[in-house]
Structure formats: C-alpha cells, structure tokens
Design a protein around this ligand. Structure first.
Ligand code: ATP
Ligand code: MG
Length: 417
C-alpha cells in the first residue's frame, strides 16, 4: 500500500464509509502485483455517479454518461468510475449501451485481459482476481477474459492492445488469444486509425519494440495499417525492426527508422498523416526519411554538408544522427566509425552557427532592394537564393559589405547578359 497516494486512499475510505463497494482497478493493480510503481490509479465503485458527486466537495463530471467522474482531492485528480457492464457491440468499436452494476466481478468481466481484470481494496487488502490474472502475470501471458474470438469481435482495438501489452511487458500471447487475431481482422479494420496509432506509439517506445513489430506482422495486424512495411521482403523487414530496437526511444526517430529503407519521403509523410500523427510529426518523419542515408555522404565536402544542415534544420540534427546511427548499426556495423566521423563533422559545422536560412543573411530584404535599386519583385527572391547559395559555399562571405559586392557583381552579370 506504500505506493498508493494518500488522496486516492482518502477517496476510497470516504466511499467505503458511505457503505459502497470500492476498489482500485486496471493497470495500477497489474503494476502493484508486478511490484512496479503504477503511473496512475483508477478507482471503481458500486456508488452511482450522482452518489460519488454528492460524497465529495469538488468533482468534475469528466465522462458522466460512462460513469466516470474526477474527484479533486488533496490537490490531485482521482478518477472514479461506477462498476459497469457493456451491452452488445454492434459495430466493432463501441458498446451499444452501458449499464451500472453493483458487483465488481461484472465490471472485471468486461475488461480486456486477465492481467488487467484484477481489483484491489487497499483498506481490506483484498485482491479480486476472478480470471487468473496473477497466474498469467507469473507465466508472463496476455490472455483475453473469456473467449478471445468473442472479445476481439466486440472491440477491434483489443488485438492491437494485446500485442502492445506483450511488447511493453515482454510477455507472450496465450495461444487462443494469438490465434483469434487473424480470425478477427475484419473487425480490426473498422477501428479508427487514431486509436491504432496510440497503441502503436506505446509499442514502438517499449523495451521490446522489435518483438512487438514481429508479432504485429505475424498476426496480420501490420498489413491493415502499415502495408508498406508488412509487404517488405522478410530480410528488409527484419533489418527495419532491428534498427528500431537499436534507436533511442523517441517516436519520430523510431518511426523514421522503421520506414527509412522501405519508403520514400512522400510515402513516409502519407503514412504519418494516415495514422493521424500530428502534421508536425509527419513532416519531421518525412524529412528524417529523406535524409537518413548519411552513409551516402561520407565523401561530401563542407558546402554539401551545410546544405544538408539547412535542409534538416539545426534543432533536428540530433534526431537525424540518431536515425542514421541506428540504421548503420544493424545494416553495416563496419561503417560505424566512418559514420561517427561524419556525425562529428556535421556537429562541428553546426556549432559554427553558419548562415543556413535567408534570415541569417547579413542583408535584409530591404537592404537587397536598396542595393539593387528595385522595389518588391521576383528579383528579390532570386537574389536572396543567390546570396544563400554563396554563403552556404562560403560562410565567411556573410558580411554586409561582402554580400553587397556579390550582389552588385550578380546584377551586372545579369544585365550584361
Ligand atoms: P497503461 O499502463 O498503458 O495505461 P492500462 O492497463 O492502464 O495500461 P488503459 O488503456 O489505461 O490501460 O486502460 C485501463 C483499463 O481499462 C485496462 O487495464 C483495462 O482493464 C480496461 N480497458 C481499456 N481498454 C479496454 C478495451 N478496449 N477493452 C476492454 N477493457 C479495456
Ligand atoms: Mg492507464
């Protein structure tokens, strides 16, 4: 009980005082049984939402139709949900109805996996485990509560969650649970890709991302939302998975590493948007995919490397280097020292803070117009590109005087021609 925050214990004690059944449920119970510190604590109770609202001074009706309210207690937020059962799932996505229940076992039986279907009352130190969650935690197995075929047919997201928990916990799928995945892919196809992406993100950032990706491929899930990866040759797919495992746990880096050798920049962006990643993330992944193959640049001279920095942008350089390192580590480890030399050169060029974008130029747009004696016109853009190109070749040129001279020479060459 030492793990449980005092405000959570206070909420539980208050509900019990009023005669209601009350338990901690879900992920926090699983984590406490595994002796891992839970990241949040969910409370479930037989009290109806109105009864919970009346029992506390400050309550936010977060999801009151589903029976969830947030109790503000001791400066923290505690989610309290009334015991629930669910009506039939008609569309593979959400139940047609929910009913409030008096009995914790009813509530636990609607949950996805045995390890997530335990409840604990810390006041009585009473663990409710009607589906063998502790045994499965011991055996390191993800097993559906009840019939896997039925549970996956009700809610198409569950197979993805099964594989995600397997990756996050380093567990295996129970055979019946695993076999039910290919059999229910038609339901999985109906799930909103945004929800799939949330689970994929947790899988990719887990300590067993490589195994998780393999399981996604073997069960047929991957082909539904990432056919570009699922249809790669077995060897290309294996290398991509191993590279993901070798990469730092950053979502943009890991998605880029997964895709870099399988798709081009435009496809990478489409994939990011299709999976409903924020635009910023999709754009960055596309940029990292485009520039990932640093091993093709070992003999580039400084001006070409500065152009690469300009393309990537200095803030993204660490991510690019991480993508390149992970790929080379699994694809060509003998080239790692060459890669490190290139990374060091790129970092040194970046540290010199060279002019990389027009606003870094020693001349403003106004200065350029004055020097050329023109007003706003397409010429200004051309001149700016010319100056950018000059300073990327030779950053020392970037002084007001130096650029004015270049500009005048450029103008007379143009008018002379
Ligand atoms: P995490 O540590 O990733 O948050 P969690 O177990 O808390 O793990 P949540 O997605 O937060 O997972 O869900 C909380 C609980 O709600 C789960 O433990 C499970 O009991 C139940 N649950 C969540 N999603 C589903 C679902 N699709 N079908 C059935 N039960 C679910
Ligand atoms: Mg949770």
């Amino acid at each position: 009980n030492a793990d449980i925050p005092q405000p959570v214990l206070d909420v539980i004690a208050r509900l019990r005082e009023l005669g209601h059944a009350v338990y901690l449920v879900g992920g926090c119970v699983r984590d406490m049984v595994r002796k891992v510190h839970p990241k949040d604590f969910d409370v479930a109770t037989s009290a109806l939402p109105e009864e919970v609202q009346r029992a506390f001074r400050k309550v936010i009706p977060t999801g009151i139709q589903h029976g969830t309210v947030t109790v503000v207690q001791g400066g923290t937020h505690v989610e309290v949900t009334t015991f629930r059962s669910e009506g039939d799932y008609l569309d593979g996505r959400r139940p047609s109805s929910v009913a409030f229940e008096r009995d914790i076992v009813k509530d636990l039986s609607r949950r996805d996996f045995t390890i997530n279907a335990m409840a604990y009352n810390p006041l009585d130190r009473d663990l409710a485990d009607p589906f063998g969650g502790q045994t499965d935690l011991q055996a390191q197995l993800i097993r559906c509560v009840g019939s896997a075929l039925e549970r996956f047919s009700e809610d198409g997201l569950r197979p993805m969650r099964a594989v995600r928990f397997a990756a996050v916990l380093g567990f295996a799928l129970d055979p019946d649970t695993r076999d039910a995945i290919p059999a229910t892919l038609a339901v999985f196809r109906k799930v909103a890709l945004e929800r799939v992406r949330e689970e994929l993100t947790k899988l990719l950032l887990s300590p067993r991302a490589e195994g998780g990706l393999l399981l996604l491929a073997e069960t047929g899930l991957l082909d539904v939302f990432l056919p570009e990866v699922a249809r790669a040759t077995p060897e290309a797919a294996r290398l991509a998975r191993a590279a993901v495992q070798a990469a730092p746990t950053d979502i943009e880096i890991r998605v880029a590493v997964l895709l870099a050798d399988l798709v081009d920049r435009a496809q990478a962006r489409d994939i990011g948007l299709r999976l409903k990643f924020p635009n910023k993330v999709a754009d960055l992944v596309a940029l990292l995919v485009e520039t990932a193959k640093l091993e093709e640049r070992f003999s580039d001279a400084d001006p070409a490397l500065r152009r690469l920095l300009a393309r990537v942008g200095l803030p993204q350089l660490p991510q690019l280097l991480a993508v390149a390192r992970a790929r080379v580590q699994v694809r060509a480890p003998e080239r790692l020292s060459d890669l490190e030399r290139l990374c060091a050169r790129l970092e040194a060029l970046a540290a010199a803070k060279p002019p990389l974008v027009p606003k870094d130029l020693a001349l403003t747009g106004g200065d350029i117009m004055a020097t050329l004696a023109v007003g706003p016109s397409p010429i200004v853009g051309e001149a700016t590109r010319f100056l950018m190109d000059s300073v990327l070749d030779e950053p020392a040129l970037n002084t007001a005087e130096g650029l004015k001279q270049r500009l005048q020479a450029w103008q007379s060459a143009r008018t002379g021609a």
